[in-house]
Each structure stands twice: as structure tokens, then as C-alpha cells.
Design a protein. Structure first.
Length: 223
């Protein structure tokens, strides 16, 4: 184990955050700040790197207490710190839905569905808008791998008719971390787009979210 105190100030996560901002830190450095101290075998940065070799960052914050304390060097206090932070993140991401909010950009749609970004299964959500592009309803359409033989356009537009929506935006997550649309995503989007045109409802976009970012199928030319 390398002594953490002997590290140059420029390499210590907390000092780097103060000097340069949190956005420049690696996942391991951010996790080290949360954990605060290491263990007998590893300093806190080494412990963080070891944890992230075993689990992805999003997976770490979905582990149970029992799973966390099984990680060598974690212990009860660190496990509780991790669970508390995970709950804070969850509460922030599941804040009350901003009905009435104008959805005018892919960033707006991604923000409204940020709570599904780190889900371990694919979640397909529809955002229903009025003529002024204000959000009037959000509905969860499916959970699990998207498949054009399973996703039923009637389910999408059933909600649209009930709330008198004039436009729809689809949003779903990729647990893999890759936010590029798959061939299946494109097929589903085109299927629903054709149905939307027939029903005189506009499919504005289909956003693919992941832990690394998001893509807009409209901007990429699929709509």
C-alpha cells in the first residue's frame, strides 16, 4: 500500500476537486472522496480503483448493504455512506414530474427522464405534449429489452388519446452504457412514427439514454 499522505497535493482527489472542479476527476477519485479513508491493505484511492474494477460506477450505487460489506476494505461505515449517497441520488432523480414544463430540446427530454438513466433493465418511457410542447403526461410503456415484436404502438397512442396529446417523445435507457441507437431501436422508432403520422400525432424524437450520455434519433436523422 502506498501512503496516501505522501501523494503530491496535485494527485489527491479532494485537493484536485477544489483546484479544478469535480468534472475533471475520474470515477475512482470521486468515489475516494465519498469513502474518505482506505483500509489496512489499500489507501482510499487504491480501494476505489479496486472496487471499480469489480463493479461499474452505476452498479456500485445499486448494491445492497449486504453486498457492500462483502467488498474487501469496505466495512459498515463506508457501506452506510454509499447507501446514503445512493438514496440522495435516487430522490433527486425521482423529484416530482414537472408537468407543464416546455420540452423543446433533446436535453429537456433527457432531463425529465434522468431517473431511468442508470436502471439495470431497459425502460421505455413516453412523454406526451400539448400543442405548445408542454408536458402533460409521462407514461412507462415497457421494461426489459426493446423488441419491435413486443412494443405495441397502440399502447403508445392509448395514452395520447386519453390526455389529448398532440405530440410524443420516446425515451429509453441502455444499461450497457452505450447510447448509440441499435438497429432494433431504429426499427421501433420507424414503426411508431408511421402509426403516429396515420393518427395525426407527431413523434418528435426518440432519446436513448445511458450512464455516458444520450443521443437524439431526430438529430441523427432517423426521424
Amino acid at each position: 500500500m502506498h501512503c496516501f499522505r505522501d501523494l503530491p497535493v496535485s494527485e489527491k482527489p479532494r485537493e484536485r476537486l477544489i483546484l479544478k472542479g469535480a468534472q475533471v476527476l475520474t470515477d475512482a477519485e470521486l468515489l475516494a472522496i465519498v469513502l474518505r479513508v482506505g483500509c489496512k491493505q489499500r489507501n482510499v484511492l487504491e480501494l476505489s480503483m479496486a472496487i471499480l474494477k469489480q463493479f461499474s460506477l452505476s452498479r456500485v450505487f445499486n448494491l445492497s448493504y449486504e453486498e457492500l460489506i462483502c467488498i474487501k476494505g469496505m466495512g459498515k461505515a463506508k457501506a452506510c455512506q454509499m447507501l446514503a449517497l445512493a438514496e440522495i441520488i435516487k430522490r433527486v432523480n425521482t423529484a416530482p414530474m414537472p408537468l407543464g414544463k416546455r420540452i423543446t430540446t433533446p436535453d429537456d427530454a433527457a432531463f425529465v427522464c434522468n431517473d431511468i438513466r442508470h436502471m439495470e433493465e431497459e425502460h421505455l418511457v413516453a412523454l406526451y405534449l400539448n400543442a405548445r410542447h408542454r408536458l402533460i403526461k409521462r407514461a412507462l410503456l415497457s421494461v426489459g429489452n426493446l423488441d419491435s415484436s413486443i412494443v405495441d404502438p397502440r399502447e403508445v397512442f392509448k395514452h395520447a388519446f386519453k390526455c389529448n396529446a398532440k405530440a410524443v417523445i420516446l425515451v429509453h435507457n441502455h444499461p450497457s452504457g452505450e447510447h448509440k441507437p441499435s438497429d432494433e431501436d431504429i426499427a421501433i422508432t420507424r414503426l411508431i412514427k408511421d402509426a403516429a403520422e396515420f393518427l395525426n400525432i407527431k413523434l418528435i424524437d426518440h432519446i436513448v439514454l445511458s450512464s455516458t450520455g444520450f443521443s437524439s434519433m431526430s438529430k441523427e436523422g432517423y426521424l
